[in-house]
Ligand binder design. Structure first.
Ligand SMILES: Nc1ncnc2c1ncn2[C@@H]1O[C@H](COP(=O)(O)OP(=O)(O)OP(=O)(O)O)[C@@H](O)[C@H]1O
Ligand SMILES: [Mg+2]
Length: 307
């Protein structure tokens, strides 16, 4: 089974108006809602691939109730830890006439020690040999060691952790020895504290990490991924496509990799599926969504090369 962790799921709401008239009542002509979050995007893509996952994290208040309800309606199985605070909301106001969008973000909720303990209790129940994907960064008020503790707890239980984070959380989390990490090239540069732009630099700078981390996958946008596992170094490149939005492409890549690994695929094959998912998601304007049809056609043109 695959579990995904989104510590800060967001209820996204888009309100379209002809134009905003200040100090007056404005009629909303269209309203859309969605549940956002990197782990959640991974769960959605796994579902599109025909797999199953359980989405975990923290959710609270009416935003939390609604976002979990929406996910369940989409067919994503959820096991969020209920919190006292209100889950975050992103409200986008789109003015049709001026083609202007304004984003209003509510603050992310605080997590109490009791709530954090409850989340760890659920984590303790994840069965051995499962995969847990940890995506995105911890909440502002969280201890910098939160991911490191999570990785350590899961690793001790024989669960394989896939970590996709940035900055201090990635540094400390990677230090705890997850099974796989998926930084993009900029995040990788911050992790190894080097300027990185070329494939051979990735291979070189990843060396010290290989002791602790079985699989290292560095994504490079249109240049695909470099994968490093047990002495195997490879470069997997997608075909050229007409990109509509590359936001969340990394989440689709992670979904393809973890889905394939959980089905028993080799590391090499999982990278090919991952790259196809990542690139397929760039054809879709919504963040981190890909269709099976797109990815099947792209997969045929994904190039795999040992380096
Ligand atoms: N411009 C592009 N053309 C083709 N494929 C792309 C492009 N951008 C991204 N991809 C695909 O998506 C994968 C992940 O992309 P990227 O390196 O941009 O991830 P990321 O920076 O972690 O994204 P995010 O954090 O927004 O989800 C790439 O390996 C590739 O397969
Ligand atoms: Mg990313």
């Amino acid at each position: 089974m695959v579990y995904t962790v989104t510590l800060n799921p967001i209820l996204e709401r888009t309100l379209e108006v002809e134009e905003v008239i200040y100090d007056d009542v404005n009629r909303v002509v269209e309203e859309r809602k969605n549940t956002g979050g990197k782990g959640i995007d991974v769960s959605r893509v796994i579902k599109e691939l025909g797999g199953q996952s359980i989405a975990m994290g923290f959710a609270g208040g009416y935003n939390g109730l609604e976002l979990v309800g929406r996910l369940v309606n989409e067919g994503v199985v959820c096991d969020f830890t209920k919190i006292h605070g209100e889950s975050g909301a992103y409200i986008t106001i789109y003015q049709r006439k001026k083609k202007l969008q304004t984003l209003l973000n509510t603050p992310c909720p605080a997590i109490s020690q009791i709530e954090s303990d409850e989340f760890f209790r659920k984590i303790q129940e994840v069965p051995v040999n499962s995969y847990v994907v940890i995506s995105g960064n911890p909440l502002q008020n969280m201890n910098d060691n939160f991911y490191a503790q999570l990785v350590t707890t899961l690793k001790e239980k024989g669960v394989k952790v896939i970590l996709d984070a940035d900055g201090e959380a990635m540094k400390r989390g990677a230090g705890a020895g997850p099974y796989l990490i998926k930084p993009n090239i900029h995040e990788f540069g911050r992790l190894v504290e080097k300027n990185v732009s070329e494939v051979d630099e990735i291979v070189e700078y990843a060396k010290p990490l290989e002791e602790k981390i079985e699989c290292i996958v560095v994504s490079m946008g249109a240049r695909g991924v470099v994968g490093i596992a047990r002495g195997v170094h490879c470069h997997v490149t997608p075909p050229k496509v007409n990109v509509r939005s590359s936001i969340g492409a990394g989440d689709s890549l992670v979904a393809g990799i973890v889905f394939a690994l959980s089905q028993g695929s080799t590391f090499e094959d999982s990278l090919v599926l991952g790259v196809a998912c990542g690139t397929a998601s760039t054809l879709n304007p919504a963040s981190g969504h890909c269709t099976k049809e797109d990815l099947e056609s792209i997969k045929k043109d994904v190039h795999f090369e040992k380096i």
